[in-house]
Design a binder for this molecule. Structure first.
Ligand SMILES: Cc1cc2nc3c(=O)[nH]c(=O)nc-3n(C[C@H](O)[C@H](O)[C@H](O)COP(=O)(O)OP(=O)(O)OC[C@H]3O[C@@H](n4cnc5c(N)ncnc54)[C@H](O)[C@@H]3O)c2cc1C
Length: 408
């Protein structure tokens, strides 16, 4: 048995992919996966979707069957937090004082919710949504006929709104900006989602300034600065996440809006790799550094990190993609739209529930948001990864096949 010991810190998407990847790549040494969460790695996306509204059970959330780790000789150290990394001695310290030696280390510490200082946010029934534990608590406050106020009209807020509405709750989304999804999409997509939510009975208040969350013991309303009071048996705050770089910072690794890694997922200490939401990496397709918050990135980058640890240096080169499920809408996003100067829509976004929006910059296709349009998503994903451009006029014309709108 090899004397190598890889410790993976973090117990989620990136950690699971990294551990599995190490065995696939032939790592013969010991693997320990240390995660603060008490459960083996589980899928986070259903937490605001199928799991929240009861369409999925806890056991269905697991990324790998529970016995996968034992079968692959991966030690799970769950419910345990690493509090210190000593890079000279090559040890990590656990919250209970235990010290473990490593030869290689992987940081997959992910992201943590951005907290905002609002009066009343310590009342019962006020939640952020990141972990299974959060949703287990949230479930105690939801049910048909109850009222929910969601602070933040981003993807997670809107998904939670859709799930709760599906359960027969009265839901209000409070968005500080002039439109929902403003940070991440074009006005056409925001207008589309606002329309569908309203058709489904969700109230959306934009330019909402939350003054305080009110109640005694438990929440009962959200007070807005303009004097309105929004009734609420539960409040969910979804205003983004921050990379969890606490340990990396303590260990003295290079940071810049996340843990800085190279194309092989190596940190500034080459015995330590990092992958997932916590990293800042270079994307060769877009020619710039990125910090992504997606399952695709967590899994794909972790596989690259596993290869690196096994001595098989392979460049991380992946087209980012993402999805969001709300009501009967399956949004699939390929590529990154930041910096777009032109949006072309294919399909009737004002009256139907199926269309695609293509984002261009200086005539070059950057990304697509495809809603109930799997073909547009799949083809764009493939062609974007290959660096192909498309003709905006043909894309907008539904009589032209999508594939024929792409060059070559
Ligand atoms: C409700 C919700 C819905 C989402 N929906 C989608 C979606 O539809 N599509 C999509 O692509 N993405 C979605 N995401 C984002 C996606 O889940 C994340 O991008 C993904 O979980 C990132 O994985 P990760 O392993 O990098 O980090 P994380 O999932 O953040 O996991 C990091 C883990 O590390 C642990 N940890 C941190 N520090 C320590 C320490 N010192 N010691 C031990 N353990 C530690 C944390 O407890 C955590 O469990 C969603 C996220 C949420 C919360």
């Amino acid at each position: 048995m090899s004397q190598e010991h890889c410790i993976i810190i973090g117990g989620s998407h990136a950690a699971a992919a990294l551990a599995a990847g190490l065995r696939q790549e032939g790592w013969e040494g010991k693997i320990s996966l240390i995660g603060a969460d008490p459960l083996p790695p589980y899928h986070r996306p259903p937490l605001s979707k199928a799991f929240l509204c009861g369409d999925k059970s806890e056991s269905e959330l697991l990324i790998r069957p529970a016995d996968f780790y034992e079968k692959n000789n991966i030690d799970l150290v769950l419910g345990s937090r690493v509090t210190n990394i000593d890079r000279e001695k090559k040890t990590v310290t656990l919250h209970d004082g235990g010290v473990i030696s490593y030869t290689k280390l992987a940081l997959t510490t992910g992201a943590k919710v951005r907290k905002i200082p609002i009066e009343g946010s310590d009342l019962g029934g006020v939640f952020y949504l990141r972990d299974l534990g959060d949703v287990q608590q949230i479930k105690k406050y939801i049910g048909k006929g109850k009222s929910a106020a969601i602070i933040g009209g981003g993807y997670i807020g809107l998904e939670a709104a859709a799930s709760m509405r599906k359960m027969g709750m009265n839901v209000t989304v409070l968005e500080a900006m002039p439109r929902i999804l403003q940070r991440v999409t074009a006005p056409e997509i925001s207008a589309f989602y606002a329309r569908v939510h309203q058709e489904e009975g969700v109230e959306i208040i934009t330019e909402a300034s939350v003054k305080a969350i009110e109640g005694s013991g438990d929440v009962n309303a959200v007070a807005l600065a303009d004097g309105r009071s929004i009734p609420a048996d539960i409040v969910i705050i979804g205003v983004g996440v921050l990379p969890d770089v606490e340990l990396a910072e303590q260990a003295g690794l290079e940071l810049d809006n996340g843990i800085v890694v190279d194309e092989y997922a190596r940190t500034s200490d080459h015995d330590i790799v990092a992958a997932g939401d916590c990293t800042n990496h270079f994307n060769p397709i877009y020619g710039r550094r990125l910090r992504l918050e997606s399952v695709q990135n967590a899994s794909d980058q972790a596989k690259i990190a596993a290869k690196t640890l096994c001595g098989n240096l392979t460049e991380y080169r992946a087209l980012p993609w993402f999805w969001s499920d709300q009501f009967d809408l399956k949004l699939q996003i390929a590529g990154l739209s930041q910096g777009f100067d032109q949006v072309v829509t294919r399909g009737d976004y004002a009256n139907t529930r199926s269309f695609a929006a293509f984002y261009f910059q200086d005539g070059k296709l950057l990304a697509v948001d495809a809603i109930n349009r799997p073909k547009e998503f799949m083809l764009s994903k493939r062609f974007l990864a290959e660096g192909k451009n498309a003709d905006p006029v043909k894309l907008a014309d539904e009589s032209v096949e999508v594939k024929d709108a792409f060059e070559g």
